[in-house]
Design a protein around this ligand. Structure first.
Ligand code: NAP
Length: 487
């Protein structure tokens, strides 16, 4: 059984406060107990990160040296891919095939992407003033607190680590107490990539204790957070009080708009992938399906038929398409949205725990017809294999329904009309608009939410802006006459 409290400057710490039970949601059994990192352990982790930053071995290393380490980290992740995927699957319940095919390769890509990016990053030079050269340089900020969620720990945690350290920062990551095992294992691997001790540290524990202590620590200079909107508010409040830069990537309730001129088969495939990938536990899930009236009946029939055939079961089975949700508590949260006779709602398929799989946290793929967007089921993030379906008539109605949410993470639109796609990408209030495609992540482009989906983004330029300070330096071209005070 794993018992890792913290990884600090290359040392593994296994003692701590009250242990956190980590379960395998496929069988609801205990697979690890993590003693929680207490205040003193968080302090040690931050001190190690601070020492590593100040001594400059990483911060002042050449770009080529940093690139080599980041690329070695990616190679180590590739080499350990099967082991990482197994542990992530056991801890999250996400199908092994999706973790092995998508999340672990993405973790390696994150390191390679930032290795490439820093090789091309440039400063700015202003020469308009005839007497001065003014340059804008970027320097690493210092010690970053990285707080990551449980839904895709390896992919999202590695994005935070890679983007923080690529620019010369050191960091302390606190994974979610619910799914810390995969990212803990990945962090342990990084020591072999040639990173100086203390550049990447990890503390395990609960958000409200270990996480809060980390965010508040006076030696933490900035906070990068991904998680739910309520926690994002707490982080922003704390960071605001302490005047620390914070980036918060939060929840979503994304519309998936399907027009009657869409490529029907692709739109059905895309809608199923959009809501059921990663067991539906994705910030970017297309959880509000909006269909134009002309194809609505046909769409419902096709979607429901396919949803009923989705293979729900053991996430280790290569044939499984939906595994268990992360915990029994989360399963109850998801099932709590199943309508029980409320006006304007009806279950089209699913809506219950998957029969025959009572030992784990399995929910049937669910589609609920919703007559209005102001219903709770269309407004709150459910974060499971659970979509709503609503019908619209006109384009204008589609944009209004899609934007009738406090979130603004992504939007999907399916239409064969170029004109419609052009209008859609203008009218949809979201940080990312995917047209005729399910999720497509271009790491160079920003990924971040509008409205209550967050403040700040991932992406090349965006991470550079967040993880570095700008420094403006002005140098006279020649000795210039100065006013002589008191002469
Ligand atoms: P969460 O409950 O907000 O937790 C996120 C992280 O914050 C966890 O590590 C949590 O630790 C920690 N935390 C909780 N309270 C804290 C505090 N007071 N101070 C410091 N840290 C604290 O979110 P989640 O349930 O793990 O993740 C699901 C949410 O993440 C969904 O809303 C999803 O949409 C969002 N998400 C967004 C994106 C994006 O890119 N926009 C990507 C993925 C997920 P504990 O778990 O140990 O409490």
């Amino acid at each position: 059984m794993k018992t890792i409290t913290a990884l600090i400057a290359g040392e593994t710490i296994t003692t701590g406060e009250a242990p956190i039970a980590v379960i395998d949601p496929a069988s609801d059994t205990l697979i690890a107990e993590l003693p929680e990192a207490d205040g003193a352990t968080v302090d040690r982790a931050v001190a190690a990160a601070r020492r590593a930053f100040e001594d400059g071995a990483w911060r002042l290393a050449s770009v080529e040296q940093r690139q080599a380490v980041l690329r070695r980290a990616a190679d180590l992740i590739d080499a350990a891919a099967d082991e990482l995927a197994d542990i992530e699957c056991a801890n999250t319940g996400v199908p092994l095939s999706q973790i092995r095919g998508r999340s672990v390769p993405r973790a390696a890509d994150n390191f390679r992407f930032f290795a490439d990016y820093i090789g091309q990053a440039t400063g700015r030079l202003y020469e308009q003033h005839p007497d001065y050269l003014t340059m804008v340089r970027r320097e690493p900020v210092g010690v970053a607190a990285l707080i990551s969620p449980w839904n895709s720990p390896i992919a999202l945690g590695s994005m935070k680590i890679a983007s923080a350290i690529a620019f010369g920062n050191s960091c302390v990551i606190k994974p979610s107490e619910q799914a810390p095992l995969g990212i803990t294992q990945l962090t342990a691997l990084l020591g072999d990539a040639g990173l100086p001790d203390g550049v990447v540290n990890l503390v395990n524990g609960r958000g409200a204790t270990t996480g809060d202590r980390l965010v508040r620590h006076p030696d933490v200079d900035l906070v990068s957070f991904t998680g739910g909107t309520p926690t994002g508010r707490v982080i922003m409040r704390t960071a605001g009080e302490l005047l620390k830069p914070a980036s918060v990537e939060l929840g979503g309730k994304s519309a998936n708009i399907i027009f009657d001129d869409a490529d029907f088969e692709r739109a059905v495939d895309g809608a199923l992938l959009g809501i059921f990938t990663n067991n539906g536990q994705q910030c970017l899930a297309g959880s509000r399906i909006l269909v134009q009236r002309g194809i609505a009946d046909r769409f419902v029939e096709a979607f429901v038929e396919r949803a009923r055939r989705i293979r729900v079961g053991d996430p280790r089975d290569p044939a499984t398409e939906i595994g268990p949700l992360v915990s029994r508590r989360h399963m109850e949260h998801v099932l709590g949205f199943v309508p029980a006779g409320e006006t304007g709602l009806s279950v089209l398929t699913g809506g219950r725990a998957a029969p025959g799989l009572e030992q784990g946290c399995y929910v049937e793929p669910t589609l609920v017809r919703a007559e209005r967007q102001d219903l709770r089921v269309c407004q709150e993030e459910i974060f499971g294999p659970f979509a709503t379906l609503s019908v619209f008539d006109t384009e204008e109605e589609a944009w209004q329904m899609a934007n009738a949410t406090r979130f603004g993470l992504v939007a999907y639109v399916w239409s064969e009309s170029v004109q419609r796609i052009m209008t859609a990408q203008e009218r949809l209030a979201a940080g990312t608009v995917w047209c005729n495609t399910p999720m497509m992540r271009e790491l160079r482009a920003p990924f971040g939410g509008w409205k209550e989906s967050g403040i700040g983004s991932d992406g090349g330029l965006e991470c550079e802006a967040f993880f570095t300070h700008a420094k403006t330096v002005s140098i006279p071209r020649r000795p210039l006459p100065l006013r002589k005070l008191g002469a």
